[in-house]
Design a binder for this molecule. Structure first.
Ligand code: ZN
Length: 195
């Protein structure tokens, strides 16, 4: 379990990344950390990419309906503009942000902000996703969470897509994806190629 380092004593900020496949509990972990920051009376702002409109316009909503209010933004630069006077910035679905996000997070951390990012580390083909690899390189703290493979019960680190299409952005996830381990993911991909 992640425990906050010196939350009230640190003069400089830092970057935390919570990554993993779909159904791995990333957003739940983000919400847990943000709620603890609020308990510590820190000023918290939460952002998500405007593309993610699955449930509600202005909330980070996880699958267990344990939700927290957030602001949808169209570009990473807007996060800088909207976080003056904030101590903790949470960013959900960070894989859908533009490549400017790592630099924005650096700037925030340099200003003394604690930045907590949640995002998919890989897309449905197992490729590193958007700005997440660069954020992992820059982060002080990384937590990789896992789902359970629905085929064999092992730890899952892949999001296997059950429907056709090449678009990286496919929402309505529960019906379209399932968590799979490396072996079951590769099996699915090769069966798909043989069709
Ligand atoms: Zn498996």
């Amino acid at each position: 379990m992640f425990l906050e380092p010196n939350v009230n004593n640190s003069k400089t900020g830092w970057i935390e990344v919570v990554c993993g496949s779909m159904f791995s509990g990333k957003t739940e972990e983000l919400i847990r950390r943000l709620k603890r920051a609020k308990i510590a009376n820190l000023k918290v702002e939460i952002f998500k990419p405007m593309i993610d409109t699955r449930y509600h316009e202005s909330e980070v909503v996880s699958h267990d309906a344990n939700s927290i209010m957030s602001t949808p933004v169209s570009s990473s630069q807007n996060i800088l503009l909207l976080s003056s006077d904030v101590q903790v910035v949470g960013i959900d679905e960070a894989q859908f942000f533009d490549d400017g996000l790592p630099e924005v997070c650096d700037r925030l951390a340099e200003k003394g902000v604690r930045v907590i990012i949640a995002g998919l580390d890989m897309d449905f083909m197992g490729r590193p996703f958007g700005p997440i690899p660069a954020l992992l390189a820059k982060a002080e703290y990384i937590t990789k969470v896992h789902a359970i493979c629905v085929r064999c019960g092992a730890l899952a680190n892949h999001s296997y897509r059950l429907v056709e299409g090449d678009s990286k952005v496919l929402l309505g996830e529960k019906e379209s994806y399932e968590p799979r381990c490396r072996e079951c993911f590769n099996k699915g991909i090769s069966e798909h190629k043989q069709k």
